[in-house]
Every structure is written in structure tokens, then in C-alpha cells.
Design a protein around this ligand. Structure first.
Ligand code: HAM
Length: 418
């Protein structure tokens, strides 16, 4: 029988990588704390409607990429393709933003999209997500962008580009949409099949098409800035001013529309030159109508998510560091068979004292144990003599010094030298 492999587009995060993940999440949790965001945990599956109404019926995510199934109770359930709709659902359900209150929340975990796997694109991937709910003003947008950039600064990422746009609101977008339909309709012959299909349903997405022909047409499309209403125009000006005050450089891109329908006003992405085709390490923006789309009262929001898998790829590429690599500090070795019991006890005592320690549990020879100790900072050796004196020979593998230390003092002695 053939061995069963992991499904296409998923991957195992093995110990050689998992400590780097932990470092990124730890750094994120510190940045979130410094910006006043509090952590939440959400279900990884939700009612399908949450995404079809929240993310949008005509998006690629909802049309083609969701892992949807009927559960045993006959309900349509979807593995979350993103976190924002779930965070908003959680805030509405738990009244976190009642009576004008605001909530700054962050979460991290796996998301699921049935996309074509390639470098930096998986079917199960991990996002770090932050959402600022109940705040309508432009300074919240600036905070979110600053937060994402601060995270990347602390992780040591270089050569990032911030791209921003305003996608308008329910007042001005229909006007712009109409202008786009007229423009693209006049260029139908040059559009790809997908864009022809988008023309009737979601013309803004044509601006985002990566195909050369469509791209050239999209370059000449009407500019959204000419269609923004006064409120959106002013909001965007304030966001830009806020970013400039913090001395962030950014590029305006009128073709940045993002793949999720809930965005209003600000949309942004952070791109890395070290990722190939899937070059977005983070994306986000404002979504003032998401709450009403999923049946709630009006709660404005702005947030972002970054792809942990991609951040890790860039960090590896750029030679970033991940804090201290995990390792065991002490190896406790038994010189003879009769010392194995004392070795077991000392190992446990060291662990209880918070010092990482290993000993042989496979009945290997002393020589093999000494070899294993080579990877540790300290080796503690117990033989007949040490047992007699209730002590261990503690060898500092860094400077080669060795001392006989009473068992009751071994943890203290090692901790001081670590
Ligand atoms: P998104 O642009 O779809 O936005 O995803 C955000 C980030 O998740 C991307 O920039 C990328 O780093 C990562 N990502 C997306 N798909 C994949 C994949 N298949 N494999 C690996 N990484 C991936 C959202 O999800 C929005 N919810 C962001 C947001 C939060 N907007 C407002 N608040």
C-alpha cells in the first residue's frame, strides 16, 4: 500500500522551521501589544454565507477557492479563506462595538484557499491578522499601515514597497464603476475571457488583471481619483498626510483594487522584491460596509493580514535572524549501567528548574552518550565515584572546564554559567 501524503498545497512545518514561525508570531504579539491590539482566537470554519456575503459573491475567493462542504447536520460550512469576516462576525455577536465602542483585535492561524500552488502560495497558509473596529477616521488607517510596517521593521525585512489606493465608497464607486464599464466595453476585443466575464459583474477587478493585453488597456482606464466623492477624497488625503508624518514612503497605484469586495476608501499592499510572482507579504484596507453585508449594525473597520509563510520566505532569502535557535542546554550521561537511575533523576531536576536537559533513554553506550552531549552546552557525567559523593562531573563544553558539583547545586551552578 502506498504511503499517504499530505494534500497538494499543504505542507508540514518541521522543527527546523517551526521555531522560526514561533519567533515571527512572538514578534507580532509584541508589536500588537505596543499598538494596543488584543489577541482573539476564532473558529477555522464558519457558515458559508459569512464569506459569500462578506468577501463578495463575485470574488475569486468565493467563486473558485473556498473549501465548502455540507456538515452532518446539513449546514453549508466553509474553512475560512481569510480572517476579517470572522473577526467582524465575532465583534457583532459579542457586542464588542456596541454604542460606538471600538475594538483593536489581532489573531493568527491557518486560512484555506483552493488556489494553484506555487512558491509562496499554498492551499493552507498562515496569516497574522489585525483589525481595528468601530473607528471611521483616517488615523485608524494610518495606524494599521504603521503597525504592519513596524512588524516588518522588527523582523528585519528590507526592500519593501507600500502601495496604496482609494477604492471609494458606496456613494462614489457606482459612478466610477459605470465609467469603467463604458471604457472597457469600448476595448472588449483586447480583453481576456476572464475580464470579459468580469465586465458585467465586477469591472474593478479588470484593473488588477496580470495579463499583458488587459494590463495595457487598464493603464489607460479612467482614474478613480477623478471619481472620488469629497469625503473619500479628504479621507485619502488625511491617510497620505499621516503616512508622510511618520516618514513612510509609498507608491500610489490607481490599479490596486484587491481581491475582496468589502473594501471602501483605503486599500493597500506591501510588496517584496524577493518573492517572485506571489510578491505581496501583506494586504489590507478599510471595510466600512462589511458589518451591514453580514447583517449587523454599521461598524466601520480597517485592518491588514500578512502571510506568515511568505514573510518567512523573504526573511530566509534576505538572511534575517530569528532570535536564538532552540537547543538542549545539558546532556546528562551515565558512565555505567548502575548510574542510569541517578542520571534520570538529575535530568528531571534540571528540567524542573527550567533548564533544558536530555539523557539517554535507549540504553546506548557511554561513548554514544558523550557524542550526543557534543551538541549541548554542558555535559553532566555520573559514574560510581560521583554516585558515592552525590555529585556530577559538570563539563562546560564551551571552555572545556570540568568541575565536580553536588547534585543539589547542579541546577544553580549551570544556570549561573548559562
Ligand atoms: P489577502 O490579500 O487576500 O487579504 O491576504 C493577505 C496576505 O495573506 C497576502 O498578502 C499574502 O501574504 C497572504 N496570502 C494570501 N493567500 C495566500 C496563499 N494562498 N498562500 C500563502 N499566503 C497567502 C486578506 O486576506 C484580508 N483579509 C486582509 C485584511 C485584513 N483586510 C482587512 N483586514
Amino acid at each position: 500500500m502506498a504511503v499517504i501524503n499530505a494534500p497538494r498545497g499543504t505542507r508540514d512545518i518541521l522543527p527546523a522551521e517551526s521555531w522560526k514561525w514561533a519567533y515571527i508570531v512572538k514578534t507580532a504579539s509584541e508589536v500588537m501589544r505596543d499598538f494596543g491590539f488584543r489577541e482573539i482566537h476564532l473558529p477555522v470554519f464558519e457558515h458559508t454565507e459569512l464569506f459569500s456575503r462578506g468577501v463578495g459573491e463575485t470574488t475569486d475567493i468565493v467563486e473558485k477557492e473556498m473549501y465548502t462542504f455540507t456538515d452532518r447536520g446539513g449546514r453549508s460550512i466553509t474553512l475560512r479563506p481569510e480572517a476579517t469576516a470572522g473577526v467582524m462576525r465575532c465583534a457583532l455577536e459579542n457586542n464588542l462595538c456596541a454604542q460606538g465602542a471600538s475594538a483593536k483585535l489581532w489573531n493568527w492561524g491557518p486560512m484555506f484557499r483552493h488556489e494553484r500552488p506555487q512558491k509562496g502560495r499554498y492551499r493552507q497558509f498562515c496569516q497574522i491578522d489585525a483589525e481595528c473596529l468601530g473607528l471611521a477616521g483616517p488615523m485608524a488607517d494610518v495606524e494599521v499601515i504603521a503597525l504592519s510596517l513596524e512588524l516588518f521593521r522588527r523582523l528585519g525585512l528590507k526592500n519593501l514597497e507600500v502601495v496604496i489606493n482609494s477604492v471609494g465608497c458606496e456613494k462614489c464607486r457606482p459612478v466610477y464603476r459605470q465609467k469603467l464599464v463604458e471604457y472597457f466595453d469600448a476595448h472588449r476585443d483586447s480583453l481576456c475571457e476572464t475580464c470579459l466575464d468580469r465586465l458585467g459583474r465586477n469591472p474593478l477587478r479588470i484593473l488588477d488583471c496580470k495579463k499583458e493585453g488587459c494590463g495595457a488597456i487598464a493603464e489607460g482606464a479612467p482614474d478613480i481619483f477623478d471619481s472620488l466623492c469629497d469625503e473619500c477624497r479628504e479621507h485619502f488625503a488625511q491617510v497620505r498626510a499621516g503616512l508622510e508624518r511618520l516618514v513612510f514612503t509609498y507608491r500610489l497605484d490607481k490599479r490596486l483594487v484587491r481581491g475582496l469586495d468589502y473594501y471602501t476608501k483605503t486599500a493597500y499592499e506591501i510588496l517584496s522584491g524577493d518573492l517572485g510572482a506571489q510578491n505581496a507579504v501583506a494586504g489590507g484596507g478599510r471595510y466600512d460596509n462589511l458589518s451591514s453585508a453580514i447583517g449587523g449594525a454599521k461598524v466601520p473597520g480597517v485592518g491588514f493580514a500578512c502571510g506568515l509563510d511568505r514573510v518567512l520566505l523573504v526573511m530566509e532569502e534576505q538572511g534575517c535572524t530569528f532570535g536564538e535557535a532552540p537547543g538542549v542546554s545539558v546532556y546528562v550521561a551515565a558512565l555505567d549501567e548502575d548510574s542510569r537511575g541517578a542520571v534520570q533523576v538529575l535530568t528531571y531536576e534540571l528540567r524542573k528548574a527550567g533548564i533544558s536537559a536530555e539523557c539517554d533513554t535507549a540504553g546506548r553506550s557511554f561513548k554514544a552518550q558523550v557524542k550526543a552531549a557534543g551538541a549541548c552546552r554542558f555535559a553532566c557525567i555520573i559514574g560510581p565515584e560521583e554516585r558515592e559523593r552525590n555529585s556530577a562531573a559538570v563539563k562546560d563544553m564551551k571552555d572545556g572546564t570540568q568541575e565536580n558539583i553536588p547534585l543539589s547545586e547542579a541546577a544553580k551552578y549551570i544556570r549561573e554559567k548559562l
